[in-house]
Design a protein around this ligand. Sequence first.
Ligand SMILES: Nc1ncnc2c1ncn2[C@@H]1O[C@H](COP(=O)(O)OP(=O)(O)OP(=O)(O)O)[C@@H](O)[C@H]1O
Length: 317
Amino acid sequence: MIEAEGISKTRGGTPALDDVSLHVPQGTIHGLIGADGAGKTTLFDILVTLLRADKGTAVVGGYDTATRWREVRKTVGYMPAAFSLYGDLSVRENLEFFARIYRQPVENIVSLVGDIWRQIEPFADRPAAKLSGGMKQKLALCCAMIHDPAVLMLDEPTTGVDPTSRSEFWTALRGLADRGKTVLVSTSYMDEAAKCDCITLLHRGTVLDTLAPGQVAGHYRGTLYEIGAADTAHNTRLLRLLRGWSLSGGCYSFGDRIHLGMPLPGIRTETVVSYLRGQGTDTSLISVCPVRPTVEDLFIQLTSGAETEDSLKADNP
Ligand SMILES: Nc1ncnc2c1ncn2[C@@H]1O[C@H](COP(=O)(O)OP(=O)(O)OP(=O)(O)O)[C@@H](O)[C@H]1O
């Protein structure tokens, strides 16, 4: 349903996208995962025909974005990252406005996204600007769906939205995909990556990896260890010691724990414990165990280091 092949785009003199390819089958949710500036918005803008790629081709809903942009625009519902509704119009007036633009009956919304609409209906007469963040995004989703598009593109739709509303929003997306809609959604929340059928990890305009969330462990190089200290005040010292270890493939805070990547094969828990003991750590006060890597761990490994960890909005345990 979405086929992008070798897309490159330079913006402001720097490559915003470099040879990006993407294949999203109908009825699936595909996540674009990346920190700020990764190129997510640029890719959306190309796929919805707001921007032209310098190189590469993109076909959305069977239409080439370069030559069949009118058809692409009818096929796609786009929810941009910036709030795109009219703040001084009420919820109902916003919906009526978008329905008129697309020459659709506003009642469409009940059959298309009835679950979401029922959540915002009690606020139908409230100006959109006075809605909570979550409600604004639900209204934006309704407006993007009013013309019953086959493809839905959502640029960071849940940024700044509370966890309950985020979860409701994702339930609605899954419902749409189950009814055959194709969803491309960007997020920098690592926990949301797990809700996608497939994810593309994007970093500084290049694709690091494309995989199903269940394949993360298989794509992770080596073993990931989680280290917990009885007193988390020791974490800073542990991080310093582990960062200075030549065998370490990178370590970083993960909630109140430390994650340590060991890319070499054959490293055992005892090797890590012995190293820390040799550095003067009372190892009876810490726990070390291998754990399953998350999308965030894979992302950090692929970008090799801690440079991205601050900018990713992880929902750490
Ligand atoms: N209008 C523009 N003019 C010049 N450079 C731009 C413009 N828009 C984006 N860029 C640059 O293109 C690169 C990709 O930006 P883009 O907005 O696509 O990333 P993003 O992943 O969506 O990040 P964010 O969530 O911060 O918008 C960045 O280096 C950004 O500075």
